[in-house]
Design a protein around this ligand. Structure first.
Ligand SMILES: *[C@@H]1O[C@H](CO)[C@@H](O)[C@H](O)[C@H]1NC(C)=O
Ligand SMILES: *[C@@H]1O[C@H](CO)[C@@H](O)[C@H](O)[C@H]1NC(C)=O
Ligand SMILES: *[C@@H]1O[C@H](CO)[C@@H](O)[C@H](O)[C@H]1NC(C)=O
Ligand SMILES: *[C@@H]1O[C@H](CO)[C@@H](O)[C@H](O)[C@H]1NC(C)=O
Ligand SMILES: *[C@@H]1O[C@H](CO)[C@@H](O)[C@H](O)[C@H]1NC(C)=O
Ligand SMILES: *[C@@H]1O[C@H](CO)[C@@H](O)[C@H](O)[C@H]1NC(C)=O
Length: 271
């Protein structure tokens, strides 16, 4: 190896006249490498906004090296819906999946980033059950009624406009509280947010939330028939849980927001 390299050095020195050509070749290579990445772009907000015929392909700004797609599915005991974003991303290629549980509201987040043109259409954004689909009419109502918003727009989910559902106890868990809150997904410089209402396992929670990469599910719980018509102003009384800080869309390039995973960790021994 060494002799070969020694032989190359004088050759390169002698070939000084070829340098402009090498420079040209280098510039050409750099130019090719810097050609704009092309990514699919769409927003799915409880509709089929990311269906193949509704997606656009966009050229990303210079410096963007990954396409991104993110989907967040939310499941209440009365149904599930998802929000999703595809577009030009930031950061590194990779995957991140996470399951979250907020007082019996389930969320499943999938994030996929990749470095090839139009590579961000791999996740199946079709709504799918997180738990075995239950036969709702087979469950006995537990007497609690809540407003239910599953994939409804903010207008449809205002005050007492949304449909009312009867809560039931599912898999040995008592869903005797009502919830009013939001799901928010931020990716590719876009933030999608939809209201979430339904039956939960807590009757007291205030501005509680769970977060995943670019994802937040947050809101408040209440007790009593149809009590979840507007919990926006529910008094913040618990010092245990810090209020949620929702990141503005422009900070999507920043590291993933703080997780609240350790929130429920007891500081006392369990026995
Ligand atoms: C996202 O927005 C920021 C600030 O507006 C901008 O600097 C950045 O280039 C954008 N990124 C993408 C991928 O569009
Ligand atoms: C996406 O998921 C749905 C529901 O699980 C399934 O019916 C469908 O076949 C899947 N589509 C693809 C392309 O995998
Ligand atoms: C659901 O349960 C009800 C009551 O047990 C039963 O009548 C109905 O046939 C079930 N439906 C399905 C799709 O299994
Ligand atoms: C549901 O659970 C609650 C709390 O454990 C209990 O009081 C209630 O009787 C249960 N209702 C049904 C229909 O199982
Ligand atoms: C849900 O989000 C909307 C819009 O950001 C906000 O006005 C509302 O207060 C939120 N609702 C709850 C219950 O936090
Ligand atoms: C919630 O608080 C806002 C601002 O203080 C106020 O304008 C609004 O009327 C309140 N809503 C309810 C339902 O109390």
């Amino acid at each position: 190896m060494l002799p070969a390299r020694k032989a190359q050095v004088p050759a390169a020195t002698r070939g000084a006249g070829r340098r402009p050509l090498l420079l040209l070749l280098l510039l050409l290579l750099l130019h090719q490498g810097a050609q704009a990445l092309e990514c699919y772009s769409c927003v799915q907000k409880a509709d089929d906004g990311c269906a193949p015929h509704r997606m656009k392909a966009v050229k990303c700004p210079p410096g963007v090296e990954v396409c991104t797609e993110a989907v967040g599915a939310v499941e209440t005991i009365h149904g599930q819906f998802s929000v999703a974003v595809r577009g030009c991303g930031s950061g590194l290629p990779g995957k991140n999946d996470r399951g979250l549980d907020l007082h019996g509201l389930l969320a499943f987040i999938q994030l996929q980033q990749c470095a090839q043109d139009r590579c961000n259409a791999k996740l199946n954004l079709t709504s799918r059950g997180l738990t075995p689909a239950g036969n709702e009419s087979a469950y006995e109502p537990n007497g609690v009624e809540c407003y239910s918003c599953v994939g409804l727009s903010r207008e449809q989910c205002r005050g007492s406009a949304p449909p009312v559902v009867s809560c039931y106890n599912a898999s040995d868990r008592a869903y005797t509280g009502c919830f009013d809150g939001n799901v928010t997904l931020t990716a590719a410089n876009v933030t999608v947010s939809l209201p979430v209402r339904g039956c939960v396992q807590d009757e007291e929670c205030t501005r509680d939330g769970v977060t995943g990469p670019g994802f937040t599910l947050s809101g408040s719980c209440c007790q009593g028939p149809r009590c979840n018509s507007d919990l926006r102003n529910k008094t913040y009384f618990s010092a245990r849980i810090p209020p949620l800080v929702l990141l503005p869309a422009s900070t999507s390039a920043a590291p993933a927001p703080t997780t609240y995973d350790d929130k429920h960790t007891s500081t006392f021994p369990t026995f």
